[in-house]
Ligand binder design. Structure first.
Ligand code: SAM
Length: 286
């Protein structure tokens, strides 16, 4: 009988956020796979939990992952944790869950805080549709390509960033997106928790004066709904209105709908329609 892999969320700063179920699970498993065993040992000591730890991080994912899976297949149960927040979210865990799923090992999540969702909730920006983008690449070209791909994305965007890179990142966001609203959530759940709600130009100016300190999540307003849409020519707008007339709409109604869709004046579109109509049909008032 194989054991189970538990994916356990840990606090992002405030130890009281470790859930009773997480404490129970960490205390019950046979061993814990930890991103940094020293960090996890401090957490376990705080809760008086004694458990064997194995290190599981970005640089030993593959061979250590397979070894962990073998132990679970032999009947042991394992909890995977990262230094803070949810494993698998810009942290190790994704690969282990995939290996477990491929091996038919039961997987259970013990949810905890994640900085991304916690920051989004405090941002004051739209929360119904959002996109988690993690850390931007340090490679300039890749970073630009990434930002370019997001330029017209209407979702609220979530980025993680290290404090020493924040000022440059704000400049890059401003250059790629233009000035948009942003919320910078800092040191969440800790003593110096703070949310700065401003725009990209304001944030860049602020942090040029005040060097950023602590951990940050950036929540950036999505692109306007019409971003990236090309403005049709007046002839194209009139052609679209004509299609509506052919499908049975009155010219005035077709002109009104097309005007709302294209930004041209209703009278301009109507004039275009009328100039193409047979003489008997002219004379309808706009
Ligand atoms: N797995 C974690 C999670 O679920 O949130 C994220 C780990 S990622 C390696 C670390 C980044 O998360 C930091 O650079 C920062 O952007 C963000 N972060 C973590 N804790 C935070 C906190 N207390 N306040 C603000 N941001 C935090």
């Amino acid at each position: 009988m194989s054991g189970t892999l538990y994916v356990v969320g840990t606090p992002i700063g405030n130890l009281s956020d470790l859930s009773p179920r997480a404490v129970e699970t960490l205390g019950a498993v046979d061993f814990i796979a930890a991103e940094d065993t020293r960090v996890t040992l401090r957490l376990l000591n705080h809760f008086s939990i004694k458990k064997p730890l194995v290190s599981y991080h970005d640089h030993n994912l593959r061979e250590r992952g397979l070894a962990i899976i073998r132990r679970i297949q032999d009947g042991e149960s394992c909890a995977v944790v990262s230094d803070a927040g949810m494993p698998c979210i810009s942290d190790p865990g994704e690969d282990l869950v995939r290996l477990a799923a491929e091996a038919g090992i039961p997987t259970v999540v013990i949810p905890g805080p994640s900085a991304a969702v916690s920051a989004l909730c405090l941002s004051g920006l739209p929360t119904s549709r959002f996109c988690f983008e993690g850390f931007l690449s340090t490679n300039r070209r890749n970073r630009q390509l990434h930002l370019e791909s997001l330029k017209n994305d209407p979702h609220t965007l979530i980025f993680y960033e290290a404090p020493h890179k924040l000022t440059n990142t704000l400049q890059d966001l401003l250059a790629a997106f233009g000035n948009r609203r942003i919320a910078l959530a800092r040191e969440l759940t800790k003593v110096h928790e703070e949310v700065l709600r401003t725009d990209l130009a304001g944030a860049a100016a602020h942090f040029a004066e005040t060097p950023p300190r602590g951990e940050f999540v950036l929540i950036v307003e999505g692109a306007p709904a019409d971003a990236g849409k090309e403005q049709p020519s007046l002839e194209e707008a009139v052609a679209a209105a004509r299609e509506l007339v052919l499908s049975g709409l009155k010219p005035t109604e077709a002109a009104r709908l097309t005007a709302a869709d294209t930004g041209y004046k209703k009278s301009e579109i109507y004039a275009g329609l009328i100039s193409e109509r047979p003489a008997s049909a002219e004379g309808e008032q706009v």
